[in-house]
Structures are given as C-alpha cells and as structure tokens.
Design a protein. Structure first.
Length: 191
C-alpha cells in the first residue's frame, strides 16, 4: 500500500466444491497474508466430501456459506454478496496464495495508478503433493501492458489470480452464471 493510504479491507472470494483434499492449504494461504485487513469468504457449492466440516474448523476466522450446487460463477456471486471488502481477490479452493500476495497486488494496483484497474498475477499449480514450483499456470501468455486493452476485447486473458476494486463488480453486476467453460463445470481440485 502506498504511503499515506489508510488500510483497505480485501475480501478473498473462494468457491469450493469437493475440495476437501486441498482447501485447508488454500484457507491457510489466505489466513497467513501479510496484508492485515482481509477476510475470507468461502462458498461451498454443494460439496459431498469433507469440505464443509474442514471449513467449520476455521469458523472463527472465515465466513463460510453452504449452498446447493449451482456452479462456480454463482458461488462467486454469493461470496461477493457476503463480503465487506473495498477490494476483491479471487482464489479458488485449489489455489494457494503466498504470504505477500495481497500486499504485493495492492501495491501494484496503487503503483499502476489505482482507479478502474485489475491486478493480475501468475501462479504455480497446487496439487495434493504440494506446490509445483516448476509449473506456472499462466506462463508468458499475458499481452504486453500497452496491448492489454485491445487484447481483452479479443480474448479474456484475465486469470483467476486477480485483485480489483469492488466498484468494478458493482458496475458489471457480477459473474454470469449462465456462462461456463469446461474447466468451470469440472470444479474439482487438480490432482
């Protein structure tokens, strides 16, 4: 956060479906962030495994909402509705945020000029065996900054690892639950 700025609250939005094998690590990654003003909202999208009981173990430290299965987009919308942060950060139940992620993303937001911006980042895959440091999720697929405005009109390259002001969701009305990619329909942790 740039000097002179008051602390801002970041809500981490986490949809989960049958994520019992990895959600503990994902929750721990959020709870160990160096940015002190954050909340985690987990929406369980109709899990049939131990996802719910695992989240209940964190009941004092997270906001947990159990829903019937309606898909990842709707789970994100429910989490956003239940959140209070001025900024939103997306994190799926099979993702692990490293300790400085939120702090660094917020710094990048302010260094980029603030306003109507989305901060995106790359990621390593999280498997049941741990973080796979040799497999970047995005790699070098991002367009150069000067080409991003045009590129987003041609193809959505914004990854799940994004931080943005709540106002952007207020402007566009949330995630469209009618649109799903094959990966979004799968919604199971990476093995």
């Amino acid at each position: 956060m740039s000097s002179g700025q008051r602390p801002v609250r970041i809500s981490v939005i986490m949809p989960a479906r049958n994520a019992g094998s990895v959600i503990g690590a994902a929750i721990s990654g959020v709870l160990t962030q160096t940015h002190g003003e954050c909340e985690l909202v987990v929406v369980d999208d109709g899990s049939t495994d131990e996802t719910g009981p695992l989240c209940a173990a964190y009941s004092e430290r997270i906001k947990y909402i159990a829903e019937t299965h309606r898909g990842v987009a709707q789970a994100r919308n429910v989490a956003i509705s239940g959140s209070t942060g001025e900024f939103l950060a997306l994190c799926d139940a099979d993702d692990l945020l490293l300790p400085r992620y939120l702090e660094a993303a917020l710094d990048a937001y302010y260094q980029g000029g603030g306003g109507r911006r989305i901060v995106m980042s790359n990621a390593f895959l999280l498997t049941v065996n741990g973080v796979s440091h040799n497999r970047e999720l995005i790699g070098k697929k991002y367009p150069r900054p000067e080409n991003q405005r045009m590129a987003i009109l041609q193809k959505n390259f914004v990854p799940i690892f994004s931080l943005f002001p709540r106002g952007l969701i207020d402007d566009v009305g949330g995630f469209d639950a009618r649109r799903q990619t094959p990966d979004a329909r799968r919604q199971t942790p990476i093995q």
